[in-house]
Design a protein around this ligand. Sequence first.
Ligand code: TXA
Ligand code: MG
Length: 347
Amino acid sequence: MKDTVLFKRADENELISAARILREGGLVIFPTETVYGLGANAYDEKAAYNVFEAKGRPHDNPLIVHVADPADAEAFAVTTKLYYRLARAFMPGPLTLIIEKKHNIPDEVTAGGGTVGVRCPSHPTAHRFIELCGVPVAAPSANLSGRPSPTRFDHCVADMNGRVDAIIDGGECEVGLESTVALLKGDDEVVILRPGAVTAEALSCVCSRVSSAFELKEGERPLSPGMKYKHYAPRAPLYLLDGERRDVIAFVRGKMKDERCLFLCFDEDAETFSDCRDRTISLGGEDDEALHAHRLFAALRETDVYGETHTLDAIYTYSPKKDGTGLSPAIENRLLRAANHTIIKVK
Ligand code: TXA
Ligand code: MG
């Protein structure tokens, strides 16, 4: 067990101390606009190794490298014209670009591969912290492997207290889902490996060939190693209910009679469930996708907390919209994986 320093003020002095810890080989959790990251000096092989150990993460799943300025990636990666075009449009922001790496990035960071993910967060605390570190910061999401990514300081403390050297409190992460991961090919092509807040439509404004490779078909090898692992799973099984809203509600009300279950609902359902409000967690208004994204991982963690003091047999929620625009592919991707692709048709 380590003595984890909790930097609650996250002021300049605390960020200077946190950056020193990282530079000296320590592990520091920091907030970003997507989710919290578990940072290490990307040039320090031993520190990178310790990131995997602290998370319980398989060593074949590469880390992404965070920079304060997109041009800082030149020190460890081959930055192309396409990289700068995308960086100018979307960085700082919730986008990770996969490009060719240089030799000074240890294999431990890239899991032995020839590419590296580069991300430049827009969160002011992340930006200042990385700047003060003075080295690129390798950081996966700061959850224990397999758990929902942390979007609040208390999530990081719950998973990582005693396993890392420091945690910086940056409040709630605005986006709530991890960055879009995009593989760059040639002069004008990107392949989306993980959907996020930078959408395919947005990328298409800068690059003429945009495709997606995040829904694996049977027997396909994932381009992004992270896609093969079960993720985001709450402890109780999560089921996605596909059907008309009133049929979903009737189904859940029926289940509530004979099962200990929770319903991840919308604000509009509050009245219908007013007699059992403690068994619902709202993701926000039905049409407010940004709020659903912002709240999803926190809601999944809330079900775990509920399960610590109650029997919990199941969690139900609406099957995600499949309109393929905006945040919906990212929300759908996380929900499907959290539910292990279990969809129940209701009518
Ligand atoms: O928003 C985010 O991206 C957060 C914050 C902390 O920046 N980080 C994050 O890291 O989500 P992580 O490690 O939890 O997810 C990174 C994903 C993994 O699925 C990994 O397999 C993929 O990116 N990845 C990283 N480097 C890669 C590479 N060189 N080639 C292909 N996929 C890569
Ligand atoms: Mg992760």
